[in-house]
Design a protein around this ligand. Sequence first.
Ligand SMILES: *[C@@H]1O[C@H](CO)[C@@H](O)[C@H](O)[C@H]1NC(C)=O
Ligand SMILES: *[C@@H]1O[C@H](CO)[C@@H](O)[C@H](O)[C@H]1NC(C)=O
Length: 728
Amino acid sequence: MWYLRLWLLAPVLCYLSTLATCAEDRDLLLITVATNETDGYQRFIRSLRVYGLQVKVLGLGVTWEGGDVQNTVGGGHKINLLKAELYKYKDDENKIIMFTDSYDVIVTGGKNTILEKFDSLDARVVFGAEDFCWPDKSLAENYPRVSFGYKYLNSGGFIGYASDLYGVVSSHDIRNDDDDQLYYSQLYINKELRNKYKMKLDTHARIFQNLNGQFGDVSLKFEDDDVRIQNTVYQTIPVVIHGNGPTKVLLNSLGNYLAKSWTVSEGCLACEENRLEMETVLEEDLPQMLVSVFIEKPVPFLEEMLGKIELLDYPKHKIDLLVHNQAKLHEELTNGWVASVKSLGYRSVKYISVNDNMKEWHARNLAIELCLKNNCDAFFSIDGEVHLDNPKALSLLLSHNRPILAAGMVRDGQAWSTFWGAVNEDGFYARSMDYMDIINNKRRGVWNVPYITGVYLIQGTVLRNAETRPNFIHRLLDADMAMAANMRDKGVFMYVTNLEEYGHLVDPDFFPTKYLHNDMWQMKANRRDWEQRYISPEYWQALNPNTLNEMPCPDVYWFPLFTTRFCEEFIAVAEDNGGWSDGSNNDPRLAGGYENVPTVDIHMNQIEYEQEWLWILRHYVKPLAEKVFVGYDSDARAIMNFIVRYRPTEQSFLRPHHDSSTYTINIGLNRPHIDYEGGGAHFIRYNCSVVDTRVGWSLMHPGRLTHYHEGLQTTRGTRYIMVSFIDP
Ligand SMILES: *[C@@H]1O[C@H](CO)[C@@H](O)[C@H](O)[C@H]1NC(C)=O
Ligand SMILES: *[C@@H]1O[C@H](CO)[C@@H](O)[C@H](O)[C@H]1NC(C)=O
């Protein structure tokens, strides 16, 4: 087994109890019941290790007969297991034994802390307490009055002297599927028995903090080298934290910090405990992956997204690729991409296209089946809006060695991410106390969270175990919500990590689908990706105050602005629109209906790009204008924004004129000597021409007075330029 082997090699972190040398020689025996080594159990055991506590585990491998305690009553089985164990100590009046549940318990203190607290309670047996009288409300009136404190018994944790504890658990017979809490409650409310065993409730949560109904009473107390739970109502620092009832998710959230999982001084300590050294793994020993791409709706910049999957730094023959596309808009792109990656050496490529008409839930479940069928070591799921900018993303996630782990990613400038920190009662988004700190990377770690989406890794062991296998169907929920809800119900932990940078999410919420090149409209919703595709990388250099900008004619500046890709798509959009003016003086598109110096052109509002173009002027052109025309504050207003088409058979040149602008930009959109011959601008006052204009480069010159100019003749092909009269 791959995981097992590496796990053995992984450095094992040891914690030394700070209280190792204790003058007193008192023992504390910890006992728990666990029939399965669930994620919660592992967390419990880890917390004991951190504080140097030994535990006797009862019931491992035994078939649980105590009922569905999470949803109904039950748990008598625990008492029967405990009774058998305590029999060994039934006459020991000095031995102190603490019992706790394990799946939903975290211990946050060591032996001496616990014993001191127990001593201070001056009892032979102490039970944890809570504000709910469960499972039999009618017993409430029989409880002794508690004026300040938790009133009712909770059986998830108790501590006492062995002989008395044995007396308690053997007081009368109980069936495995009877309720343990009811059993103990009945003893406790019986005054005679209560006195006989000197039983008390931990009403102020000195030792036991039950979270159900009491969540408002606790907060995290950040000490330098540890984080503890503080009960702010009773001013105590409880050490056995119990996520009873519906508080499992809250316990998971607190558990991200407790028991030195994360500390202020050292950050995420738990992160390193399972870590694998991926660099040292031989290529043939790397996990066999199923990488699944789910394109479930139109998303911007899908082409780049897919390109980043190709670039993942992971051997292709170790990857079976599955692509599910449900977006008609992306059919051509996806078909083409799948066809092209077939030659890249993936172990296999499977494509479920629009034509297969498979819904998301089924496609995701099918991916799990395929992974199992391929005997995969792990499953990696990526949605269309996820950009894995870091080529190491896959190996990094694998190195964390967690059963289910999402990569922490956010949409730029938003609180939208690949996880939720909390869920509300209906299973929908709620904000955890640390959510913003995590998405802003103020806290880094591996976080146990109730919901993950978009991009995650699931280890093969999780898939192979029928008890933990993900299922993307749950009532009518969305696929990811369904998966998360199913996992929460089964007590399987889901993690997200922001320890490294993985990439970013695009925002698909403002993505138009009606244009020829919809991504061109995404400068506001997805600025980073838009700039990456459309703004020339050299533009940023041109903007630098230390860069001397080219000036081919007096006060005519020339700078790179757009990528070739932008120019190509721009021309295609214009030609697709096709509403070129006829180059005559009569122009019904203008207010006066008359154009003094007409061209064959298309205005930005014809292609529904007016607002977008003005945005471009404000964000990219204005800063450059202000750089070269020192002292001028540009509004970057423009009424005339248009693509001009010159060709010998139509309009091929433009007679000398002034522009009605403070300054004008004129951007070459296609290639001289390839797409056309001739063309260029001639500035008459200076007898100076700019010819062989470069694709994506803009000329910028004063408009109204000094730069009387003409458009030189295009002698072959078609020449396209984009012109704006700025600050008219
Ligand atoms: C617990 O363990 C039993 C016995 O090994 C097994 O049948 C059962 O499916 C397990 N349950 C979970 C939730 O893992
Ligand atoms: C303009 O420049 C061209 C060559 O650059 C030259 O041949 C021509 O004589 C000049 N015209 C005037 C009016 O100076």
